[in-house]
Design a protein. Structure first.
Length: 566
């Protein structure tokens, strides 16, 4: 039998070069080569798993359309299913058909036969599909969800004693009888957010209600609102988990919660902010899987990918990533660091705060209270002889100046700036007080980015946008002729939204001789932008439109995140 690489090449799923690249990545990250192919974006996990199933003679199942009878689900406990990423599918004549994602994992298969004390027959599905099916079939404890529990609170007169005081002291009143259901509600709320792939949970108090919203793929979705009387107990429980002062209601507070949900270890960054109707709470879910992204999967076009890969291999200079909050800048920088993270390189970061912990990288957290700010960290880290430095954000002259000095003394420096486009970063640094000649001499490239939602792969179907939308988007008849427009119908996989996941749209401006000259002369953002486009820079809007024409996203998404050129 041909080995997997030969089989995939024969069936034209990958080329010989792509398989070689995948094997190299697999050995460096200690993962399987077929997982590396998916990580590099050369094939989907479904395509790879189908190929493995065909090659080894197993059945393949697409789980989003398969209903598993509860009587079969009960045969394997939730802990066993989650721990081994397996799910039972059917039982016939005493033989249990179990779905796995790795047919070579004989240890797990033997263990299942021993635990379940019955004959096991395996079939294949992707790991993601199996985990989703586990969440679907086991996820709701006793048919209970956060929404149903909130309904229970709304329908019943459980009394959470409130003290009517003018300073809002009712907020953190916590009653013993209330603690058990509130503990369960907070647990269910976090579990549901993880299941729905939310990046944030917002708990916002108003005069007559408490609004709970999840941010999913960058868009806020409202859930059932708990009664106002639950606010105090709800916030107290979150504060206890985050090790905050539950008596403090007048000042903002920050904390962290570590949890395990759906078989993953997650960090929740918690922020409390006093508002006119009580404290508003935002919990940010930090999933380590989000930063295991390679540069290839970020969504850069072929030209920009080649340029970006060349820039991060430079020995010195500053590479800036710009965009608003929540535009994926951290993910892009961590992808670059993951690419450079080798035993022969020393990498140090200065972050405020450290959100994700990266193995093999020295990460330093800013602590303003003891004078440990970006500038002082950079000053100290240069004595540690690093090759690569990441500065969380260049927010003032001193930080920018220290970053430039580091780049001029032979270090590769990554950092972020809050500007709307790539050319704007040049003038922003000059506005901070950095002389134009230093910006021109140290910056090697600027990447601006946004995130667009990706059409759901399970329910995408061909679409013909109305002529008025095509005209408004600036899509010409020539572009339409070569385009494949798609739209998501809405299914259980994407929560009936038509979108699942997000991808970056970019504009990458390498510092050419002409742009350096304009920077040195103090030219305006518009002049630098015109020159960059003339030299072949693809703008964020143009990159987004090319992804619409490729059937990756929709015109509505582009209008939501990017403005038309001109």
């Amino acid at each position: 039998m041909a080995d997997l690489g030969e089989y995939l090449v024969q069936h034209r799923l990958v080329s010989n070069e792509q398989w070689a690249e995948a094997k190299e990545l697999a050995s460096s990250q200690n993962i399987k080569p077929h997982d590396a192919i998916v990580q590099l974006g050369y094939a989907s996990s479904e395509q790879i798993m189908k190929a493995i199933a065909e090659r080894e003679g197993y059945e393949f199942f697409e789980l989003s359309n398969v209903a598993i009878p509860p009587s079969v689900v009960e045969l394997v406990s939730e802990s066993v299913a989650r721990e081994n990423a397996v799910i039972p599918l059917a039982e016939e004549d005493g033989v249990l058909k179990v779905l796995v994602s790795d047919p070579q994992d004989f240890e797990t298969i033997d263990k299942l036969q021993f635990i379940l004390n019955r004959k096991i027959e395996i079939a294949l599905s992707t790991r993601e599909s199996i985990l989703e099916a586990i969440n679907r079939n086991y996820g709701q404890i006793g048919d209970e969800s956060a929404d149903s529990m909130l309904q229970e609170f709304t329908d019943t007169a459980i009394d959470f004693t409130e003290t009517e005081e003018s300073d809002g002291a009712d907020e953190d009143e916590s009653v013993d009888e209330a603690s058990a259901p509130i503990v369960r509600l907070v647990q269910l709320m976090i579990g549901e957010a993880v299941q729905l792939r939310a990046s944030d949970i917002h708990v916002e108090p108003f005069a007559d209600r408490v609004r709970i919203r999840y941010r999913i793929d960058g868009v806020l979705i409202e859930r059932d609102s708990p009664p106002r009387r639950l606010l105090g107990a709800l916030l107290s429980r979150i504060k206890i988990l985050a090790k905050m002062d539950i008596a403090e209601r007048r000042r903002s507070q920050d904390g962290r919660i570590k949890i395990t949900a759906s078989g993953k270890e997650l960090d929740l960054r918690v922020s409390m902010l006093p508002t006119s109707h009580g404290q508003s709470c935002v919990m940010r879910l930090l999933d380590k899987d989000n930063i295991k992204v390679g540069v290839r999967q970020l969504g850069l076009g072929e030209r920009d990918f080649r340029i970006f890969r060349g820039l991060i291999r430079r020995p010195n200079g500053i590479l800036l990533v710009t965009g608003p909050t929540g535009s994926g800048k951290t993910t892009t920088l961590y992808a670059a660091l993951n690419q450079l993270n080798r035993p022969d390189r020393k990498i140090i970061t200065a972050e405020d705060p450290v959100e994700y912990y990266l193995p093999g990288i020295n990460q330093v957290e800013v602590k303003h209270s003891i004078g440990l700010d970006f500038a002082s960290i950079i000053r100290s880290m240069l004595r540690q002889a690093p090759n690569v430095i990441l500065v969380g954000e260049m927010r003032d002259y001193e930080t920018a100046s220290m970053g430039i000095q580091a780049s001029l003394t032979g270090h590769l420096v990554f950092s972020t700036l809050h500007t709307n486009d790539a050319p704007g970063a040049v003038t922003r640094m000059v506005d901070m007080g950095v002389p134009g000649y230093l910006v021109a001499g140290s910056v090697i490239g600027i990447l601006a980015q946004r995130l667009v939602r990706v059409i759901c792969s399970k329910c995408k179907q061909p679409d013909t946008p109305p002529d008025r939308d095509l005209e408004a988007a600036g899509i010409t008849p020539e572009m339409v002729a070569g385009a494949t427009f798609m739209k998501g119908r809405g299914c259980s996989h994407c929560g009936d939204k038509g979108y699942r996941g997000r991808l970056g749209v970019f504009e990458l401006m390498p510092m050419s001789a002409k742009i350096r000259e304009l920077t040195f002369q103090g030219a305006s953002t518009q002049d630098i932008r015109r020159e960059a486009i003339g030299l072949g820079m693809t703008t964020i809007y143009d990159d987004a439109i090319s992804k619409v024409c490729s059937g990756i996203t929709t015109i509505e998404e582009v209008f939501r995140v990017a403005k038309k050129n001109g």
